[in-house]
Design a protein around this ligand. Structure first.
Ligand code: S3P
Length: 457
């Protein structure tokens, strides 16, 4: 008897245009590991670079985004071992010691690289830096960090009234501030905290609701003096800091795990364990959202790994129900909303996601793009100024869809393809490499597929 693969994935890497077609339904069973957390990977590289002594990192994400961070800091004189090694070592050069790079620093697609790095660059007196990014990053708002840094005394210039990259930075001695951020953004908060490391006195940042707190946890581990007030969502850093190199084990990224959680939650018969996932409470909004939709998700083997909570996540298929999501939950699952929209398309009833206008300034406008791409597949979706309304259980048909160069959109559409009828062709699917380079091979493995065929010579 010949075994035919239940899913056809064409062509071979780098999957610029990916065709997915199921010949029979798949169930997702077994165990899967996800790559290292992207946010923690950036911070480990950056704090390692500016600390005294060596930092050792295990489980670093080898995606395009952390590679951009590594290249930027290497261009400023920081030595790192090959990122491909099991343990990556960063030789810290000490606070205030970044060298003036001979060329433009390129953050690629990575908002975290550009915004966090800007806080450090602005606080380096007598040094001049220019920074840019890819087409997507050059459209994303930088004024949200430039304004508070300017209040601290920074000199930063950019396109469109100091709003967009490319940016020029003339480093200077900064002053402490008390800043109320209008958005719950870990990138804004972290940018100011990194600048504050080199400032005399106490700098406070508060935000409307709590965004991810990886910077706070890691800064403390490296020796910074931080006071956190959860009541007012504020954090105060007393500078100047002394940072010492650390050993960091990066947990699996819950944002990457979310694709498998949803895949199993919408696929009858599935029973999947996603191993070693970071479950920092500022990131677990997606678990709460899926559980509110009646998904069967349990946490197994909870543990602490270098200051971050970690667990294995087991998901068993059970029909999903629609739910409404808004308020403080949104920043705690901001990167998972594209895949949550896919879950909503398979739930009974109408799911509403609101207070999520931040999605419009991510790697693409994720509200418009998810609405248009779900509509291409035949979903009943309404685009709203601050979110989406999705009526679930409308039968979906394979179609030609486009990630718009956004890694999370590409992977969300690939998961949807598991439950549509016919062929789904995803344009610009290679964007997945930004945060999850092994996503397509893992999808193929989980669908019990032999390696995708080689292209014909
Ligand atoms: C990140 C913060 C979030 C998130 C991004 C990573 C970080 O952005 O969307 O993918 O590592 O600090 P905002 O802080 O702008 O919401």
């Amino acid at each position: 008897m010949t075994m035919t693969a239940p899913i056809q994935i064409l062509p071979s890497p780098p999957y610029q245009t990916l065709t997915l077609e199921l010949s029979e339904s798949v169930t997702l069973v077994g165990r899967v590991q996800v790559p290292g957390d992207k946010s923690i990977s950036h911070r480990a590289l950056m704090l390692g670079a500016i600390a005294q002594g060596e930092t050792r990192i295990h489980g670093l994400l080898l995606g395009e985004d952390p590679r951009s961070t590594a290249l930027c800091f290497e261009a400023m004189g920081v030595e790192m071992s090959s990122l491909e090694q099991d343990w990556v070592t960063v030789q810290g050069i000490g606070l205030g010691q970044l060298q003036e790079p001979a060329d433009v620093l390129n953050a690629g697609n990575s908002g975290t690289t550009l915004r966090l790095m800007l806080g450090l660059l602005a606080a380096h007196p007598q040094r001049f830096f220019t920074v840019t990014g890819d087409q997507s990053l050059r459209c994303r708002p930088m004024d949200r960090v430039i304004q508070p840094l300017t209040h601290m005394g920074a000199n930063i210039w950019g396109r469109q009234g100091n709003r967009l990259a490319p940016l020029a930075v003339q480093g200077s001695r900064l002053q402490p501030i008390h800043y109320h951020s209008p958005v719950a953004s870990a990138q804004v908060k972290s940018c100011i905290l990194l600048a504050a490391l080199m400032v005399d006195g106490a700098t406070t940042v508060s935000e409307p609701s709590l965004s991810r707190d990886h910077s706070e946890r890691m800064l403390r581990a490296f020796g910074a003096n931080l006071q956190i007030d959860p009541e007012s969502c504020s954090v105060t850093l007393e500078g100047p800091a002394r940072l010492t190199g650390q050993t960091i084990v990066v947990p699996g990224d819950i944002s990457s795990a979310a694709f498998w959680l949803v895949a199993a939650a919408i696929t009858p018969g599935s029973d999947l364990v996603v191993e070693n996932v970071g479950i920092n409470p500022t990131r677990t909004g997606i678990l709460e959202a899926l559980q509110a939709m009646d998904a069967d998700i349990t946490l197994e083997n909870p543990r602490q790994v270098t200051g971050e909570p970690v667990a294995d996540l087991r998901v068993r298929y059970r029909p999903l129900q629609a739910a409404h999501f808004s308020g403080d939950l949104i920043p705690r699952m901001i990167d998972e909303i594209p895949i949550l929209a896919i879950a909503a398309a398979f739930a009974e009833g109408t799911t509403v996601i609101q207070d999520a206008s931040e999605l419009r300034v991510k790697e693409c406008d994720r509200i418009t793009v998810m609405a248009s791409q779900l509509a291409c597949l035949g979903a009943a979706v309404e685009e709203r100024p601050d979110g989406l309304a999705i009526r679930g259980q409308v039968p979906l048909q394979g179609a030609w869809v486009d990630s718009h160069g956004d890694h999370r959109v590409a992977m969300s559409l690939a998961i949807a393809a598991l439950r549509v009828t016919g062929k789904t062709i995803i344009h610009r699917a290679d964007a997945a490499a930004v945060s999850y380079p092994s996503f397509i091979p893992t999808l193929a493995r989980l669908c019990a597929l032999a390696a995708p065929p080689e292209p014909e010579a």
